[in-house]
Design a protein. Structure first.
Length: 361
């Protein structure tokens, strides 16, 4: 087991024309399970490959345990990586696939190796597959073998690169729970990369959000959800995505008023809110963010009521997603027992405590 420290890590490709990772600083505690999330191309795989030693950083430093491994070859790092496409050796049996890494990385004798493989296979529920070749296995079984092959080595650090992306939704849910259970039992420091914010939020002790090779925010999943520090994070975390509207802020009697430039939207914040939130907040332009689940249907007479036309009602089981026209489109998530249909004119509101104000673009 080991803690990991990444300092000013940078990776350029094609002589600097592509900056895949742009000065990343990260600290991962011993035994911690960290998820790294961001859109396709934001540098997740490159970061993992540098941790594994499969890619050489352009600059920066990587420590695993107390050792500076920046210049240490992959095979001399005690790291196991699980890939999206499983990366099993097609001509080897499951047993041989699992034993191979052990032979490379440990000095166990044949009998001890066999015992470790069999024990791990039992733990992963793949003992009956040990003599099979990968092409005889289902996608879910292949991924269990890939996990087993990583676990059997008892590495210092687990790296997962979107390991569940090729599985169907139901199997993905099962495997998520299983990976968490295994990690919990084994206590091995883990970095789990995914483009799926839901997966990142449900699995991570801590979530690290990347965009364009740069760290946007990190923290406990609920903390990031409740306090996104910029518009990118606000929009990326949560589903359906946060609604945004550009507003100007003006001081009025008893508080602050937010208005959009088209006169569709006006909302008054209390003086207490303004004082509590940001001394600098007082004038200028901001982007207001409000989550679909923070919007409620209001009486047209209530304070801060906003008129909205219902464009689409999208039922998703216990809730409906309402596509609303308030000038720009807003999405609201309301209980499905609120009966509405397209064409209805309603008024909505939200609590000032649910508002996020970001620097305007
Ligand atoms: P992610 O895993 O988040 O989708 P990657 O780390 O694979 O992102 O890629 C980050 C950026 O680096 C992308 O713009 C990608 O096109 C580029 N990139 C990745 N690998 C290479 C490579 N071997 N050569 C050139 N560009 C690359
Ligand atoms: Mg990737």
């Amino acid at each position: 087991m080991a803690r990991v420290r990444v300092e000013s890590l940078r990776k350029e490709y094609d002589v600097g024309t592509v900056v895949a990772v742009d000065g990343l600083d990260l600290e991962i505690g011993d035994g911690e399970f960290v998820t790294v999330v961001g859109p396709s191309g934001c540098g997740k795989t490159t970061t993992l490959r540098m941790l594994a030693g499969l890619e050489e950083p352009t600059s920066g430093r990587i420590e695993i345990g107390d050792e500076d491994v920046t210049d240490v070859h992959a095979k001399n790092r005690d790291v196991a990586m699980v890939f999206q496409n499983y990366a099993l050796y097609p001509h080897k049996t499951v047993f041989e696939n699992m034993a191979f890494g052990l032979r490379m990385s440990t000095d166990l004798d044949a009998e001890e190796r066999e015992q470790r493989v069999v024990e791990t296979a039992e733990m992963m529920d793949i003992a009956e597959l040990l003599e099979d070749k990968p092409d005889e296995l289902s996608g879910g079984q292949k991924q269990r073998v890939a996990l087993g092959r990583a676990i059997v080595r008892e590495p210092d650090l687990f790296l997962f690169d979107e390991p569940l992306s090729n599985l169907d939704a139901k199997l993905r849910t099962t495997m998520r729970a299983e990976i968490q259970r295994l990690q919990d039992e084994l206590g091995i420091t883990s970095v789990y990369v995914t483009h799926d914010q839901h997966e990142a939020m449900t699995m991570g002790d801590r979530i690290v959000i990347l965009s364009d090779g740069e760290l946007q925010q990190q923290g406990a999943p609920t903390d990031v959800y409740e306090n996104p520090t910029n518009k990118f994070v606000g929009g990326f975390i949560g589903s359906p995505s946060m609604n945004f509207i550009d507003v100007s802020v003006e001081q009025v009697a008893g508080g602050l008023r937010l208005d959009d430039s088209d006169g569709n939207f006006s909302f008054t914040l209390s003086a207490a809110y303004a004082t509590a939130n940001d001394a600098a907040l007082g004038r200028g332009r901001y982007t207001l963010g409000i989550r679909p689940e923070s919007i409620s249907i209001a009486d047209s007479q209530s304070q801060n009521a906003i008129s909205a036309g219902v464009d689409v009602v999208e039922p998703v089981g216990s809730d409906n997603f309402l596509h609303l026209d308030i000038g720009p489109e807003f999405i609201a998530r309301v209980p499905s027992d609120v009966t509405l249909e397209a064409g209805d004119e309603i008024t909505i509101t939200f609590d000032e405590s649910d508002i996020h104000l970001f620097d305007a673009d």
